[in-house]
Design a protein around this ligand. Structure first.
Ligand SMILES: [Zn+2]
Ligand SMILES: [Zn+2]
Length: 222
């Protein structure tokens, strides 16, 4: 696999995540998300097209090519493996590891990745519940916004999109919104666009935009 610059790896990872979340990607959305100027984004997109990593449709929508997806999956794996290592071996709190992993993921050679995976005994999920390649969430997993009041749910995954905000992650942590924990849905308010949960650690209300993209869950009886 050819080596790509850190900038290109960032773009690929973002496109990959957006694709997973069902979001359409265009140059303008990338510029906003990466807080980069449109001309800079444009220049990078041209380079990525030239390298066969993405295609740009007439609608200006960006798509990963087979090669682009392969590289993105590899970065995502390095990211999740780094998170697991930082959390479980070095003891950095799960709500903080994303930022550190973001740096590490670009510095790992294939040999380091292989050895680290062996050392960690090939973990199946990152500390936020994101499945590693070859693993997946249970089939009946749904998002929090797809639940109904009265349901008891087990948190399975906190989406990567949320991990960018350490403050938000800390709030989730304080309310034990983390993989493996059970919560009861007490109210879903369309008017307030929020969802209220309760667990043994107390009640919490989450806005839809957090509940929607982010926490994936599975029904379970408490
Ligand atoms: Zn992460
Ligand atoms: Zn993660």
């Amino acid at each position: 696999m050819t080596e790509h610059s850190q900038v290109i790896e960032e773009y690929l990872l973002l496109l990959y995540k957006m694709d997973h979340a069902g979001e359409k990607a265009k140059a303008v959305t990338l510029a906003n998300r990466l807080e980069t100027s449109p001309p800079t984004v444009h220049a990078t997109i041209v380079r990525m097209q030239r390298d066969g990593l993405i295609t740009v449709k007439k609608s200006k929508e960006l798509f990963l090519t087979k090669e682009g997806r392969k590289v993105a999956e590899d970065i995502a794996y390095r990211h999740n493996l780094s998170e697991y290592f930082l959390c479980n071996t070095l003891g950095i709190p799960w709500y903080e590891v994303h930022q550190h992993a973001h740096r590490l993921e670009h510095a790992m050679t294939p040999v380091v990745v292989k050895k680290l995976a062996e050392f960690l005994k090939n973990p199946k999920f990152c500390p936020h519940g994101t499945p590693m390649p070859g693993s997946s969430l249970p089939k009946d997993t749904i998002t929090l916004t797809e639940t109904t009041a009265g349901m008891t749910v087990e948190i399975k995954m906190i989406g990567e999109v949320l991990e960018d905000s350490v403050d938000l992650m800390k709030i989730l942590h304080e309310h034990r919104i983390m993989p493996g924990n059970l919560h009861k849905i007490t109210e879903i308010s369309e008017v307030m666009r929020s969802i209220s949960l309760e667990s043994k650690d107390g009640p919490l209300t989450l806005p839809f935009h957090v509940a929607d993209f982010t926490s994936k869950i599975i029904r379970k009886t408490m």
